[in-house]
Structure formats: structure tokens, C-alpha cells
Design a binder for this molecule. Structure first.
Ligand code: M6R
Length: 481
């Protein structure tokens, strides 16, 4: 095996058994996830940790260029050169219930319903209890969040680059909005799959944030590794500062970055990212507040306003889930023959339009595009007719009237208009054929609410079509390559 793996090219995670040694399994990893589970007189290997949870919580994630030999007596790990390595499994604080559907028809639906709890847990983990209006210390001297990120990583940061793929990239776009608007730091969001082949020129004092649900996405890991390597030996301002945002602190990203924000969303089993996306957004709110406090870009009242809004979100998500699921399920009858959807949003909700479209195409196989509402008139409006439903995200705030006016342009092309918008807004009632109502909140917090009906819409359209919502087997395997 050792001789063979050094001759292999590309990414692989292999398990090999030899007819002469049926009690042994040899596994090897290079750029693809491979986890080993430790049982009692039995050992397991899998391409992802959740598969091991029903059997054991003691798990060792192999690193690139490592081999392991699994026998009933134990596990021994080597590098490809044959040197024995000392490695210990870590104990996951997960339980088997996390990988059960608990009465839900699909994991995706279960995970959508877990979102209020995920937001609560993440806020509880990181909001500073000392920050309260009744505090006897001046609030300007108390950091509102406790992310545990060292000063060395954040001090003097002049720009931020976010590297991610898919839904995590969409979270990065919302993150950019928050980091720029709340903390005043110029931020770029790059597809990891592009960045690794055409990186931005090196800039000093740059914080690089890798965002990944699985912690194993090959492009994201490779982009972070490249960023780290190209800064080795450079003068101090050019040294790498790497931060990870993930719900999987035990995964490979933890080996690459200086520090991690664990979003506390737990494992996501459904292939469509839902609760992990919302938890990534919460991590960005908290990071933006941390930086806003350190750089004094927001007054105490501004910070308090965002904090109050964040604390209200779990109850508001619950409200949307309780009040809307049935309605959305019924609405999906009407899309039995639909082949194309357009999702529109602006400002902080433009990434949510992208996310709504991605969710729908990923699990229902319907063609869907997310577009900045203001750009429709520059060409794509030609695609619209009565057969193409348009979902517009219109929440009160700086771009509200603009989105309504863009939606009206779509209506002029006979498109059926579905609004993700607060109920009882007379101007919206007149424009939209259907409304997926969301409570009115501060615009900057609205993405956490507007994404929920879009997740439910994608789920119910796919479920109605009889599709296996939780598994699009090709996508998960492709992603890890
Ligand atoms: O695990 P990651 O967040 O790195 O995965 C990146 C994408 O593959 C992922 O977000 C994908 O787009 C989702 N399955 C979409 O629901």
C-alpha cells in the first residue's frame, strides 16, 4: 500500500483488504476525508464522521499523506514514508439521536426545524453576559461577544478575504455586507475553487476566513493551504492570519487555520445546507460585532440594537415555521410543471436570492437563478413570462421600494410574483400574487428570516416530486474531490 500510494496522483481515500490478512484493513488519505472510529475490539473507517456516530464517538481524522492499519488489536498510523505516528482519537460530544430523523420525513426538514435551537445555542455560546444595560461598567469597555479570537489575529486588519464554496460562499457574501457595514473593513468573497488557481495579489494585514460546513471541502482546504504557503517567510505584515468558520471543529479545516469559530450547529445530514448556513450567518454577525467593538465603528446603542434583534431571531424563526409550512406545502401544488424559477434580492438579501435558487436546483432539479433585482432589466428580464415564477425578497429597509419596483417590472412580463415580505404591507399586497410572510425586523438581520421560507419552498417542491431530498449522491462526492 505504501509503495502504491506514493505513485498515485490526485485526491483519494482508500480502504484495502488483503485475502491473506482478512483481519486487517489498510486505509490511506490524500486530499479526501477519511475518519477512523475506535470501537471495542472493532474499528471502523468512513468518508465522514456522522457515519461512525451510531457505533462510536472516539474518532481519529487522518491527515493528508497518512496511512493506517486497522486490526482487532488496535489502530496504527504511519506517514507515506512509513514512519509510525503517535495519534490519539478525540471524543465527539455527539449522540446517536443527532443522526436520526426523529419523526421527520427527511433530515432536511428536521434540520430546518432545528434552526431556532441552533441560533439560540450559538448566541448563548458567544454573547457576553456582562454586556447588559444594567451593567455597572461602561458598555464601551465591554466586548459584546466572546469569540475567543486572539488580538494577534484581528488587530490592525486592513482587509478580509473570505474563501468558500456553494452555500458557505453565500454566507460569506452576507458576511461581507456585515463586516463592511458594521465594522468598516473592506472584504472580498472568493470562490475557493477559483481562488486556488488565480489568487488575489498578496496584501498586507489580511485576515483570511475559510467557511465550510463539512470542514472537508477539497477546494476550500486547498485554497486555505495555498494562502498559508504563499505567505511563509514573508515580512510580518504579510504573515498569514487564518480563521475558520465551521460546525465541524474536529474536521480537516481545524488543522489548517489559526483559530476556529465553532458555529455549534452540529452535524448536518441532509445534503442541502440549511441549519449550518444560518449558523454561519450568526458567526458573521458575531465576528462583525467583535470587530465593530474593537475598532469602535458602531456606537454602544448601535451594538445594543443588533444584539436585541439577534436575541429575538429564534422565536421569529419558530413563528415562520409554525405559521407557514402548511401554506408553502399547499402552494407547491401549483409548481408541478414549472421548469424555471427566478429569485430576486438586493443588498443584504441578494445572497439569500442566490441561496433560495441553489436550494431549489440542488434538491428539486428545477432550473433556478438568483439575481440582483436591480440587474434584471439589463438583459435577463427577457427570460420572464407567465411560466416563470419570480420570488422577490422585499423587506423594509434601504432597498425595499427598489425591490418592489423591480418586482413590478417582472409583473409587466406576466411573471407570477411571490413575495418574501412582511404581511400587511399594502404596497406589497398589491404587487405579489402570493406572499410568504416574514416578520419585519431591522434590515440587517432580515437574511436569517427570509431564507427560512425559501428552504421550505425548495424542500416541499422536491418532496412533492418524490425526490430523495437528503441525498443527491453525486453532489456530496463531487464536493469532496
Ligand atoms: O461543506 P461546505 O460548506 O464546504 O460545502 C460547500 C458546498 O458544497 C455546499 O455548501 C453545497 O453548496 C450545499 N450542499 C448546498 O446546499
Amino acid at each position: 500500500m505504501r509503495q502504491a500510494v506514493t505513485r498515485l496522483r490526485g485526491a483519494f481515500a482508500i480502504a484495502v483488504i488483503c485475502a491473506d490478512y482478512p483481519q486487517e484493513l489498510i486505509v490511506a488519505r490524500q486530499q479526501a476525508p477519511l475518519a477512523i472510529g475506535y470501537g471495542q475490539g472493532e474499528f471502523f473507517c468512513a468518508s465522514d464522521t456522522p457515519a461512525l456516530v451510531p457505533y462510536t464517538r472516539a474518532v481519529l481524522t487522518l491527515e493528508n499523506g497518512e496511512l493506517a492499519r486497522l486490526t482487532p488489536q488496535g489502530v496504527s498510523v504511519y506517514n507515506f514514508a512509513g514512519d509510525r505516528l503517535k495519534k490519539q482519537p478525540r471524543t465527539l460530544n455527539w449522540n446517536p439521536v443527532m443522526v436520526e430523523k426523529q419523526g421527520f420525513r427527511h433530515f432536511m426538514l428536521k434540520e430546518i426545524y432545528e434552526q431556532p435551537g441552533v441560533v439560540r445555542t450559538c448566541l448563548e455560546a458567544y454573547l457576553n453576559p456582562d454586556w447588559s444595560l444594567g451593567s455597572n461598567k461602561p458598555l464601551a469597555t465591554i466586548n459584546p461577544v466572546q469569540l475567543g479570537i486572539t488580538d494577534g489575529l484581528l488587530d490592525g486588519v486592513e482587509q478580509i478575504q473570505i474563501l468558500a464554496c456553494g452555500t458557505s460562499w453565500h454566507a460569506g457574501l452576507v458576511g461581507k455586507y456585515l463586516l463592511e457595514q458594521l465594522a468598516g473593513i473592506p472584504t472580498m468573497v472568493q470562490y475557493a475553487s477559483e481562488f486556488r488557481y488565480a489568487a488575489t495579489p498578496l496584501m498586507p494585514n489580511t485576515l483570511t476566513i475559510g467557511v465550510t460546513q463539512s470542514g472537508e471541502t477539497a477546494d476550500t482546504l486547498a485554497a486555505l493551504e495555498m494562502e498559508k504557503q504563499r505567505r511563509v517567510g514573508k515580512p510580518a505584515p504579510f504573515q498569514a492570519r487564518l480563521l475558520g468558520i465551521t460546525n465541524r471543529p474536529e474536521s480537516s479545516i481545524s488543522l489548517l487555520v489559526d483559530q476556529l469559530i465553532d458555529t455549534h450547529a452540529g452535524i448536518e445530514i441532509g445534503v442541502a445546507a440549511t441549519k449550518t448556513f444560518v449558523s454561519q450567518l450568526i458567526a458573521f454577525y458575531l465576528l462583525a460585532l467583535d470587530l465593530a467593538y474593537r475598532r469602535q465603528t458602531l456606537p454602544v446603542e448601535g451594538i445594543e440594537q443588533v444584539l436585541t434583534g439577534l436575541r429575538q431571531l429564534p422565536a421569529l424563526i419558530e413563528l415562520i415555521l409554525e405559521s407557514q409550512e402548511r401554506y408553502i406545502e399547499e402552494l407547491t401544488h401549483e409548481f408541478a410543471e414549472t421548469q424555471d424559477f427566478i429569485f430576486l434580492g438586493r443588498g443584504i438579501n441578494f445572497p439569500i436570492a442566490l441561496e433560495g435558487a441553489l436550494k431549489l436546483k440542488e434538491i428539486s432539479y428545477i432550473h433556478a437563478e438568483g439575481y440582483p433585482a436591480g440587474e434584471m432589466k439589463h438583459g435577463p428580464i427577457a427570460l420572464l413570462d407567465a411560466k416563470v415564477p419570480v420570488v422577490a425578497i422585499a423587506t423594509p429597509g434601504i432597498v425595499y421600494e427598489k425591490v418592489l419596483s423591480n418586482a413590478q417590472e417582472a409583473k409587466a412580463r406576466d411573471a407570477r410574483l411571490i413575495g418574501v415580505t412582511p404581511l400587511n404591507a399594502p404596497e406589497a399586497n398589491e404587487i405579489f400574487d402570493n406572499i410568504l410572510p416574514v416578520p419585519a425586523v431591522d434590515e440587517i438581520l432580515s437574511p436569517i428570516l427570509t431564507v427560512i421560507p425559501l428552504q421550505l419552498l425548495a424542500y416541499h417542491i422536491a418532496a412533492r416530486r418524490g425526490l430523495d431530498v437528503d441525498q443527491t449522491p453525486q453532489s456530496r462526492q463531487e464536493r469532496d474531490r
